[in-house]
Every structure is written in C-alpha cells, then in structure tokens.
Design a protein around this ligand. Structure first.
Ligand code: ADP
Ligand code: MG
Length: 381
C-alpha cells in the first residue's frame, strides 16, 4: 500500500511530503451500552488508511484516492464542499479543525486503505482520524486527542449525514498495539487493558446481510431503556442512565414496566457488568473467561435485546459447535459481523465449516477478516 501511495504521489505532486496512518476498529464487548452511559471496549486494528501529505502553499486541497482511482480538488471554505463522498470526509476534517481554531491551509495528498467498507470496522473513522491527526501535526495545532476524535465525529454529523457516537473515532485515535481501551461513555474516562491473546486469533465473519429493521428497532430499544431507567429513578434518584442501575433495582420495578422494557434493561445492565468482568479477566490473561462473556453477550443480544437475526445466530451456534472460545454479534445487530476469539489450532476447521455451512444455508458466502489489535493514528514517516 505504501509503495503504491509513494509512486502515485511522486507522479502527481513530486518530491517531499509526510506519511500518516490510522486504523479501523473492533469492539470486543460492550454493545448498546454507549447511549445508556455504560462502557464500550474497542481497539484499533491492523487495517486502516494511509496518506501521504505535503503542504502546497495554496488555499486548496488536491486529493487523490487510490482505491477509487479518483482525483478531487476543493477549497477550505464552507461553500467548497466537494461532490465525491470520500472527499467530504477530508473536507469535513479540515472544516472541523478550522472551526476549533486550528490552522489548515492547502495540501496535496494521495491516500489508500484496506478497511473493508461498511463491514462494521469503521473505515470512515480510519479516514477521518488519519487526516485529523495529520493536520494537527502538520500545522502544529496542538489540539488534544479527544478533540481530534470529536473532529472525526463532527465530520460524520455535519458533512456525511451519519449521526454516530464517539467510539469509532476514539478507538482510531487512541488505539495502541496490544491494548483495548475501556471507555466510560458517561464520563469519557478511559483505561487501557492488555490484549495479547497468544495462541488465539481474532476473526470476523461478515454475514454480508443488513436487515432493514435496524433504525426503527434502534429507536425502540432506546425508548425501552429510557423507560426502565425512569422507573428505577423513582426509587433511586441518582440513576441518570440505565448503566447506573443495579440488577436488583431493576427487579424492584419489574411489575411497573412492560416485560419488553424489562428484558431490554436486563441485557444492558448485564452487559455493563460483562465489560468489567472481561477487563478483570484480561488482567489475569484469562481468555477463556473473555470468550464465555462474549457468548453471554450474544445470548443477551439475541434473546433479551432482540437485535440478532437468523444469519448471526447461525454463525454463533456454529462457532460453539467448532469449540471457538468466544463469539458474538459485533455492532448494532440485524446483520453485519460476528467477532470470534478462536484457538489457532481450531481456526482452519472453524473457517472452513463456517464458509461451507453458511453458504449452503443462505446462498452466499460470508467474508472472513482476521484482525490484530494494532496502533491507531500515527505518523509513519
Ligand atoms: P464504515 O462502516 O466502513 O465506516 P461508512 O459507510 O461509514 O462505512 O464509510 C465508508 C465510506 O468512507 C466510503 O463510502 C468512502 O466514502 C470512505 N472511505 C472509506 N475507506 C476509504 C478508502 N480506502 N478510500 C476512499 N474512501 C474511503
Ligand atoms: Mg462509518
């Protein structure tokens, strides 16, 4: 990837320039916890975006996307928003940096990536983080890392029409090889935990389906959580978010809320605890417990929160049968990937079985992505 970028850059823009990169992300555990003020537990992966960048002394950006084989030129004012979707991510990062008082002037860039698009690995956050980090460095803006993540998030909100949370950009900016990061979505406090599963592989199996229910179901889940939290708050006024509640406090209001809301809340409260349990297990290097928690999350997402689907339940069951250590749906649900922690010696058999049986049942092959927890945003050279 780097050689291709260097070569194209040389052809289009000549000598000089600096190389920056950032990464896509996984979330090991902690799903549907963000809007409940709970924990998420992401890490950056060995798939990302790389960009070579050189200041051009003008008031415009000249960008070439190797993967789209497309060139785009745009100014730095609000009205200069480019046509191409990929260029809007770069433009948005420039604008959001400027809005925060940062300096941004014209630059030339060639970039490429290897995060599969739309697979739940956040290629868009990798793209934003690469440029947010790079511009901060090139123009000595001294914007702190949290704000760099927010620049990416605001880019999605204001220039790409995606109302995302902060997790993806946070992971992409803060990610470190051999570490996952537990982020408290209420206080924004974070802590690194060791993740170096020797003898295991982390692999995603992409069902390549996206069921349409996702957005209306998401709103309904949020409403259920808020309803349960409100009922608990009557007894325990300090409960701001559902994640603040103890399991027992939910039990106290069982008869006051619809059963559906109870089940949703049961999942969320359990999930917040599972993140903490996984962190404890990682400090002991106990990957078997980590795996068991992943299965419990899948069960909760499938039976209590009801955001799984036939394809994902199939992959989860199959993982159990192949003695995979941990497996669960990753992301919001209704399609996308499962994330699997599997012993190296079982890996080949698992992948073979998953691909064969999934294809036979659903008529299309799943995609398989190995991931290694790696560094996030950084200067390469
Ligand atoms: P994801 O879940 O992978 O973040 P999104 O739809 O949010 O999916 O973002 C994908 C978009 O990000 C692409 O349509 C493209 O505009 C941009 N993008 C991601 N990776 C690249 C890349 N390697 N080159 C150019 N644009 C990219
Ligand atoms: Mg995205």
């Amino acid at each position: 990837m780097k050689d291709k970028i260097q070569e194209k850059f040389q052809t289009l823009f000549g000598e000089g320039g600096e190389v920056f990169a950032s990464a896509g992300r996984i979330n090991l555990i902690g799903e549907h916890t963000d809007y409940n003020g709970g924990y998420v537990f992401p890490g950056a992966i060995d798939k990302g975006i790389m960009a070579k960048i050189k200041l051009n002394g003008e008031k415009k950006v000249r960008a070439f996307s190797l993967d789209y084989d497309e060139y785009c030129e745009f100014g730095l004012n609000e009205e200069d928003k480019p046509e191409q979707a990929w260029a809007r991510y770069i433009f948005g990062v420039c604008r959001e940096t400027i809005k925060r008082g940062g300096k941004v002037e014209g630059f030339d860039t060639v970039f490429a990536g290897d995060v599969p698009l739309g697979a739940g690995l956040s290629s868009s956050a990798a793209l934003e983080s690469t440029f947010a980090y790079a511009l901060n460095s090139l123009f000595n803006n001294n914007i702190d890392k949290f704000e760099l993540a927010r620049i990416g998030q605001s880019t999605e909100h204001n220039y790409c029409g995606v109302m995302c949370g902060i997790m993806d950009q946070f992971a992409s900016i803060f990610g470190k090889a051999g570490s996952l990061i537990r982020l408290n979505c209420k206080t924004m406090e974070y802590k690194y935990f060791p993740f170096d599963p020797k003898g295991y592989k982390l692999v995603l199996i992409d069902s390549c389906v996206k069921h349409e229910l996702a957005s209306s179901a998401y709103n309904k889940r949020r409403a259920s959580c808020e309803n349960a939290a409100a009922a608990i708050r009557k007894n325990h006024p300090d409960v701001e978010f559902l994640s603040d509640a103890k399991r027992l406090w939910l039990e106290e209001v069982r008869d006051e809320i619809p059963e559906e809301d109870f089940l949703r809340a049961e999942y969320v409260i359990g999930e917040v605890q599972r993140v903490l349990d996984v962190c404890d297990a990682l400090e002991r290097g106990d990957y078997e417990t980590v795996g068991e928690m992943m299965y419990q999350t899948h069960f909760g997402m499938s039976r209590l929160y009801e955001v799984s689907c036939e394809e994902l339940d199939f992959l989860n069951k199959l993982a159990r049968r192949c003695d995979v250590t941990g497996s669960r749906v990753m992301g919001g649900g209704f399609g996308g990937c499962t994330i699997n922690l599997v012993k190296e010696e079982l890996y080949d058999a698992f992948i073979k079985t998953a691909v064969e049986e999934f294809t036979a049942k659903f008529g299309h092959a799943p995609k398989v992505y190995d991931v290694v927890i790696s560094d996030g945003a950084r200067k390469v050279e």
